[in-house]
Design a binder for this molecule. Sequence first.
Ligand SMILES: NC(=O)c1ccc[n+]([C@@H]2O[C@H](COP(=O)([O-])OP(=O)(O)OC[C@H]3O[C@@H](n4cnc5c(N)ncnc54)[C@H](OP(=O)(O)O)[C@@H]3O)[C@@H](O)[C@H]2O)c1
Length: 413
Amino acid sequence: MSTIHIALLGYGTVGKGVYQTIKTHQKRFKAILGKEVKIEAVLVKNLEKHQLPDPDVILTNKFEDIISLPKLDVVIDAIVGKQPGFSYLSQAIKRGCHIITANKQMFAHYGRELLSLAEKHGVSVGFEATVAGGIPVIQTLRKLLSVNHIKKVHGILNGTSNFILTKMREEGCSFSDALSLAQEKGYAEADPTNDVEGFDAFYKAMILSEVVYGKQPDWEKVRKQGISSITLEQIELFSKFGLRFKHVASLEKTTKGIHCSVKPVLVSSSHPLFHVEDVQNAVSIDADIVGNISLQGPGAGMFPTASAIVEDLIQLETERARPDEGADHASFAHEPLLTWVLYGEVKNLEIPESIEIIGKINAKALLVLAKEESIENLSNKIKGITVYQLLGDFTFSGTEESRFPSAHSITGS
Ligand SMILES: NC(=O)c1ccc[n+]([C@@H]2O[C@H](COP(=O)([O-])OP(=O)(O)OC[C@H]3O[C@@H](n4cnc5c(N)ncnc54)[C@H](OP(=O)(O)O)[C@@H]3O)[C@@H](O)[C@H]2O)c1
């Protein structure tokens, strides 16, 4: 029986999960692929930290030992950072190896280069694990794109932020206490900046944009905001109105190009993301034929991520990856009117005509309808106001100052 020869870059949370999964699934590989899968070597940074369970597998801290292996078919990347991951994978492709990566930061920056290099060398690139861990979002989007136009994608793509927001609301604790709890449980890194300031979700959104629209928006124009400025006071106030904060990455193609934002939004119970709690991730896809599809599941962790990597391994053995598939299927949309909550000193706020006030939630919160551009202009001009997009249906009792009768129902998109 023939063998697929693998090199594994990284032996941390993800690397160990992949190693164990490959070891425990040999029968499955033989049944599906008619081949054995053998890890030949593992690359780490600090040799002294590690011991592999199998003496015949090479453990090294030199990439030269990997790239010069006599037999090498697939290189799996589970290391961190843009470099040296990009350089290692480029060398692997040039040698004729298929590559699979979990490294979203590297892939958001260099995915395009790696895909075109791979095409040139006739090899495949698997990157399912870069977005939402164990949820098969890339595969699902590709399948949908063969028939559908994807209108919008909304996703909770960072489990740590979702965990913090859930704990703050459920247990009434501050942001820093919820963050400490996330760190105790091993969800957040010692330096949580990437998670709580939105960088991690941003990288994943850029990878999704490549899959759905065949390119990324201008990074400078993407509104990127984390959750560290959300206060318990805000969470409690909006909870009373049945609204939850979620950290959401949104993607949509408009007449002005790809529109993407990564920011905290308010979500009502009618929206699929409302019930996504704790460390769960979810992706809600609006497609023209099938309608709305929501996928929810573990967005990170040793085995969910390993599952995505091994699925890629099986897929690339059975068919070649199809880079940028669907790029021509995306349709253009007009810039939509969205629903927003303006929070803060709203009492004497001068609202331009481009923004329609729907009602007043309370003395500190107004509900409005506007295009994103108008809202951005307003929030750039006026200090003391925070703006949150509202997703889902929302029914509220209008106050005496509201222009609408009580129990008014609106729909946020
Ligand atoms: N953790 C998750 O749930 C998850 C989910 C999806 C995607 N990812 C992505 O998967 C990758 C790995 O994440 P992780 O959580 O497994 O990280 P981790 O636990 O910190 O492990 C990283 C591994 O990579 C090795 N490494 C780092 N830099 C290296 C370098 N320059 N040369 C050689 N080896 C190097 C480290 O070696 P030493 O051990 O010797 O330091 C370690 O074994 C990251 O890109 C991450 O964004 C993670």
